[in-house]
Design a protein around this ligand. Structure first.
Ligand code: NAD
Length: 293
């Protein structure tokens, strides 16, 4: 069984990005610049944005964190996005989710210029990805694709079962695995909350990608021996034996599934660490005008 190490892979990608940034700077080019907008004081959001800003520093990017009060109006937030859209020094723009209830996520997302949408959430980028055009692919699906590639996992002609159809993970993952390319060319079954006989379908998967958001949902009896298992789920559960008082588990019952799998991502240290690497990669692509030209 191969343990797919997302922590190691993400630090390799960060090193590659840092090397490229150093080259750009040595050639007298502009430093890639990511702007992150954070609305309100949600603890988890602050942690995520903080990690993104820190990662920018690590690879030599410039970053700007725009902090806004939680009672900001939708119109004011849209204006902030517009100003960043028009700022020629900024290559990438992310708006940390969730947003306060009085603000429409769809409206804000749609306001982001597709050329700066390094989260890959705008309709333009989702459409481009679906058409197999150059696109900013959302962080989690991008991270999974990169892990499959770097671990040389064969996908062509394989049966890939995706559990979960969220806009940020399951749906884009199903599109990427079915597209004509590598990784891709798989025969894909996208399953969701209305799917019948889920366990039976999962047992036919050569590649099982699990993004259901239910702790340890996938058990050994749902996995074909030799399958590649990608666990997207992250859940914090209490564990008094840990100093922190908790530990992280995934959507897959790792201990019983791992011995059956030919390759598997652990939680933590699998898909999770790849997301920031993906964001940095997209920002570099934007700075180098690689996606929209
Ligand atoms: P979500 O809640 O938006 O979507 C869950 C999906 O599971 C839905 O499409 C639903 O139809 C499907 N589902 C629910 N019950 C089902 C059932 N019984 N059978 C089949 N399908 C069922 O979740 P999400 O945002 O895609 O996230 C999924 C998990 O991944 C969560 O644990 C989340 O925390 C984690 N996540 C991790 C990362 C990362 O970087 N590792 C990124 C995003 C999400």
């Amino acid at each position: 069984m191969i343990l797919i190490d997302g922590k190691k892979t993400s630090s390799e990608i960060k090193n590659e990005i840092a090397t490229r940034v150093a080259e750009i700077k040595a050639e007298g080019g502009k430093t890639p610049h990511l702007a992150a907008v954070l609305v309100g004081n949600d603890g988890a959001s602050q942690t995520y944005v903080g990690a993104k800003v820190k990662a920018c520093e690590e690879v030599g990017f410039q970053s700007t964190l725009v902090r806004l009060e939680s009672d900001i109006s939708e119109a004011e937030l849209l204006k902030v996005v517009e100003d960043i859209n028009e700022n020629p020094d900024i290559d990438g723009l992310i708006v940390q989710l969730p947003l306060p209830k009085h603000i429409s996520v769809d409206k804000v997302t749609n306001k982001i210029k597709p050329e700066k949408d390094v989260d890959g959430f705008t309709p333009a980028n989702v459409g481009r990805m679906t058409l197999n055009w150059p696109a900013y692919v959302a962080a989690t699906p991008y991270g999974i694709v990169e892990l499959l590639k770097r671990y040389n996992i064969e996908t062509s002609g394989k049966h890939c079962v995706v559990i979960g159809r969220s806009h940020i993970v399951g749906s884009p993952m199903s599109i990427l695995m079915a597209r004509n390319g590598y990784p891709g060319n798989a025969t894909v079954t996208l399953t969701h909350s209305k799917t019948q006989n889920l366990a039976e379908i999962c047992r036919t998967a050569d590649i099982l990608i699990v993004a259901i958001g239910k702790p340890e949902f996938v058990t050994a009896d749902m996995v074909k021996p030799g399958a590649v298992v990608i666990d997207v789920g992250i859940h914090r559960i209490e564990d008094p034996s840990k100093k922190s008082g908790f530990r992280l588990i995934g959507d897959v019952k790792f201990d019983e599934v791992a011995p059956l799998a030919s390759a598997i991502t652990p939680v933590p240290g699998g898909v999770g660490p790849m997301t920031i690497a993906a964001l940095l990669y997209n920002t570099l692509q934007s700075a180098e005008k690689k996606v929209f030209g």
